[in-house]
Design a binder for this molecule. Structure first.
Ligand code: DX5
Ligand code: ZN
Length: 218
């Protein structure tokens, strides 16, 4: 089982000074940063683009950029995000495009890959791709906005994907994203998750060091 890993979501950081928010994450000894890319089409919101990742790199960030593409046509932007400094690029299963080919292209550009499911998408939708991925991201809210409530009905989906992982001796990470706090992270850990995206609960924590330590103990 992978050790528990915290990936703070920059969406909840300071958008007037994203570099300082990334620096804060690194200063706490964390290694991953979750970046949410939205196109106003696949989800009803907009965030930032590849130039933002490149600017964070120029500002000196060496964090592992866990790049979550909430785009209707993610396959059109893989090169741009790889070139901008992404380390992992995750793509949703819901839009129609060649998922397997896009996952392969992400790896061919030197990045890890991930496949993502919305709350309404059953685990069976990604089952045929499990041999091809470095990470499975189970959305625990409907994507588009930070600060929503965790959906406990996603726990059986985590258990199912974790069971397939064990049965097939696979080693992909199992990530959760949306409404995660220390209580829900523990529930997800018990259901098989090992990688925890946290926006609001991390950036608003009164004691971020204690928060980081609590995740590490899961
Ligand atoms: C939601 C994004 C999340 C978001 C999570 O569409 O994918 O990464 O930042 O934010 P919280 O932790 O506030 O739910
Ligand atoms: Zn995300």
């Amino acid at each position: 089982m992978h050790p528990a890993l915290l990936a703070p979501s920059l969406l909840a950081g300071d958008h007037a000074n994203l570099a300082s928010s990334a620096q804060r994450v690194a200063a706490l000894g964390l290694t991953w940063l979750h970046l949410d890319l939205m196109d106003g089409h696949f989800v009803p919101n907009l965030t930032f683009g590849p130039e933002t990742l490149a600017a964070l790199r120029r500002a000196g960030s060496t964090l592992f950029f866990d790049t979550h593409l909430m785009l209707s046509e993610p396959h059109r932007y893989i090169e741009a995000f790889a070139k901008a400094g992404a380390n992992l690029i995750s793509i949703h299963i819901e839009p129609a495009y060649d998922h397997a080919a896009t996952l392969a292209r992400i790896r061919s550009l030197g990045c890890q890959n991930g496949i993502v499911l919305n709350p309404g998408t059953p685990a069976t939708a990604i089952e045929p791709l499990l041999e091809l991925v470095d990470l499975v991201l189970v959305m625990t809210v409907q994507p588009g906005f930070g600060g929503q409530s965790f959906r406990p009905e996603m726990l059986p989906k985590l258990r199912q994907i974790d069971a397939w992982r064990r049965e097939r001796n696979l080693t992909f990470r199992l990530e959760v994203d949306g409404g995660i706090d220390l209580v829900h992270a523990a529930e997800c850990r018990a259901a098989g998750a090992d990688t925890f995206v946290a926006g609001t609960s991390f950036f608003r924590a009164t004691d971020q060091a204690a928060y980081v330590a609590a995740i590490a103990r899961l």
